[in-house]
Design a protein around this ligand. Structure first.
Ligand SMILES: Nc1ncnc2c1ncn2[C@@H]1O[C@H](COP(=O)(O)OP(=O)(O)OP(=O)(O)O)[C@@H](O)[C@H]1O
Ligand SMILES: N[C@@H](CCO)C(=O)O
Length: 321
């Protein structure tokens, strides 16, 4: 459960009294997520999500995230909408943290996606990339290749606690990726964390996307590679070609990939695997005392990274785009 910050009842009621969303009926910590503290709020006006932003979210970036959710909704992408208080502000402060109330989305996350779910995701991701055009704010990707060495260095000495070859693997990947990372691929606003837990389904259709707190301006194909890693492997972390094909074909139907994106894809998939391996590894070593959170397993992404190291071109994924 991700609840790092506990909210006092009296403080919450005072906070809610600045909004027009009725009286508090219940407030419960949500048993999912690892980044922020999330509460399910039930008021006399309906259901809402209360988020308290934690360590990895910089307060200065919040206008980008909140503005993006509002922009995407105007372009037909269903995502949570910030609720404004009577003074017109979407951002407030609660229990010493920046805080926001958002609309509640119906739907459920599919934890073991089938190829049809991957195809639905490919379509939704391409729509998201196209819908980001015209969003005026900018945010660079703070967790891209230039940040990875600095994430690993302070924690490198403990790598053997996770896997014997972790240190050597990460260090050789850093050398390769820093050298060869493509910098001129088509780019725009990307989600950057569109894992199955951030995509809601109703039946076989996507009902909404959540958790825009890593969104930034970066290569579209890198976002696709993040999804590829998160959606197209089986429970034993083995690549499932039918899922990869479903995802990429559905994406390319709406936004065809350029030859440079196709060439770069295996390298992007390696980088995307390393990025989540590193944040998971760092989080694994540093669970804050008293936090209700179950850190995610870095070894899952080490297995995916090992697989990508064996692939030299997109044909290695069973793809012919
Ligand atoms: N707008 C919403 N409508 C319905 N449920 C939501 C909404 N926002 C969040 N949730 C619920 O809260 C959970 C945690 O939210 P979220 O994924 O944003 O947290 P996080 O800590 O940032 O997670 P992550 O580990 O994916 O970064 C979600 O899995 C979902 O169950
Ligand atoms: N989606 C991330 C956690 C949230 O950033 C992961 O699975 O490592």
């Amino acid at each position: 459960m991700a609840v790092y910050t506990q909210v006092d009842d009296a403080e919450l009621i005072a906070f809610l009294s600045t909004y027009d969303i009725g009286d508090l009926l219940s407030c419960k910590g949500i048993a999912e997520g690892v980044e922020n503290s999330n509460y399910f709020l039930h008021t006399s006006a309906g259901n809402f999500i209360l988020t308290l932003y934690e360590r990895r979210v910089a307060e200065a970036d919040l206008p980008f995230f909140l503005g993006l959710m509002e922009h995407l909704a105007t372009k037909g992408v269903t995502c949570p909408q910030p609720v404004r208080n009577r003074a017109g502000a979407a951002l407030g402060r609660l229990a010493g943290r920046p805080a926001m109330i958002a609309t509640f989305l119906d739907g459920y996350a599919v934890h073991h996606p089938e190829p049809a779910h991957c195809a639905a995701l490919g379509d939704a991701l391409a729509r998201l990339h196209l819908a980001g055009a015209g969003f005026p704010l900018r945010r660079e990707n703070a967790l891209s290749v230039d940040a990875w060495r600095g994430l690993f260095a302070p924690a490198a000495d403990r790598a053997a606690e996770v896997a014997d070859d972790l240190r050597e693997t990460v260090e050789s990947e850093l050398d390769l990726l820093e050298n060869r990372w493509p910098r001129d691929l088509p780019r725009g606003v990307i989600h950057a964390d569109l894992f199955p837990d951030n995509v809601f389904f109703l039946g076989d259709k996507i009902s909404g996307l959540i958790d825009f707190y890593f969104a930034c301006c970066d290569a579209f194909a890198y976002d696709l590679a993040i999804c590829f890693n998160a959606w197209c492997f089986d429970a034993a972390h083995a690549y499932a070609p039918e899922k990869g094909v479903a995802l990429l074909e559905a994406y390319a139907r709406l936004r065809p990939l350029t030859p440079a994106e196709i060439d770069a894809f295996p390298l992007l998939a390696r980088g995307a695997a390393l990025r989540f391996l590193l944040t998971r590894y760092v989080d694994w070593l540093n669970v804050p005392e008293g936090a209700l959170v179950r850190p995610k397993d870095p070894r899952e992404y080490l297995a995916k990274l090992r697989f990508h190291r064996t692939v030299s071109d997109i044909g290695g994924y069973g793809l012919a785009l």
